[in-house]
Design a protein around this ligand. Structure first.
Ligand code: HEM
Length: 229
């Protein structure tokens, strides 16, 4: 646990800065439509805000009940709190991605990223103070948090893939023009089912081995001496 929580803290901080931040800067530079959609920037602005919470509506494109910090998005993306950022209103209607899903998946990934830093910081602090083992609530929270990084990865992937629609090759080839003339829908369905079964098998094996290991529990403290004698 000592190793795990310290590693968890370092990894969660690195995931947000520099990794997540660099990802966002790259998207701002190369895929402005996706950037506007994930950040919920529906009208162009100088000093664009970071949206902490909102409910996105597609028609008309707008955010409801939003909680924003002015200037922070411009600063994060271009290092200048007054930098102009293009909003969804600058792009043709058939060039923009689905707004609800990109916004919601991206923001929930970021929320999870923040949660990982918080929980790992608290756990590292408790390990340092030697009080982690008595804290059943925190131990249970850590246990139930195990699947969350996988969820964050899926959300990130949804934000990246849905956010680049309607393009399969950005600004060169539309997804609607990229259907194969040689591979049939039935063949694709067959591949998906086959891959699904393989991953279901691997996933079940992973959970089975994990549960077996956990049920077995750690070696007793004096295992080394018992083994040596
Ligand atoms: C503040 C926190 C975070 C920020 C700012 C951030 C930023 C981003 C951005 C902008 C993208 C889209 C990249 C693109 O379309 O090219 C992305 C994708 C992704 N993110 Fe995050 N992220 C954060 C936290 C996390 C966390 C905690 C995880 C997982 C533990 C994660 C995993 C992913 C994955 C797997 C993708 C998809 C990459 C791909 O398919 O190319 N992110 N992230």
């Amino acid at each position: 646990m000592k190793l795990a929580v310290v590693f968890g803290l370092i990894a969660s901080v690195l995931e947000v800065a520099p990794l997540g931040h660099e990802h966002a800067r790259q998207v701002a530079r190369t895929q402005p439509e996706k950037f506007a959609a994930i950040e919920g920037l529906y009208a162009s602005q100088n000093g664009a805000p970071v949206v902490l919470f909102a409910y996105p509506l597609t028609k008309p494109p707008e955010l409801k009940a939003s909680l924003e910090i002015p200037g922070v998005l411009s600063w994060l993306a271009f290092g200048d709190p007054n930098a102009p950022i293009k909003g969804i209103n600058e792009f043709a209607a058939d060039d923009i991605p689905p707004l609800w899903l990109t916004f919601v998946s991206f923001h929930n990934m970021v929320i999870l990223g923040m949660y990982f830093i918080l929980i790992m910081f608290v756990a590292t602090w408790k390990v340092y103070r030697g009080t982690l083992w008595g804290n059943t609530k925190l131990l249970k929270t850590l246990l139930w948090s195990i699947p969350l990084p996988l969820l964050a990865c899926q959300l990130g992937w949804i934000a990246a893939e849905v956010g680049r629609q309607p393009w399969i090759v950005y600004h060169l080839l539309r997804t609607s023009d990229a259907t194969s003339i040689t591979v049939s829908a039935g063949e694709i369905l067959f591949s998906i089912i086959l891959f699904g079964l393989i991953y279901l098998f691997l996933g079940s094996l992973y959970v089975f081995l994990l549960v077996k290991k956990v049920q077995h529990g750690p070696e007793p403290e004096n295992a080394k001496e018992v083994f040596a004698s």
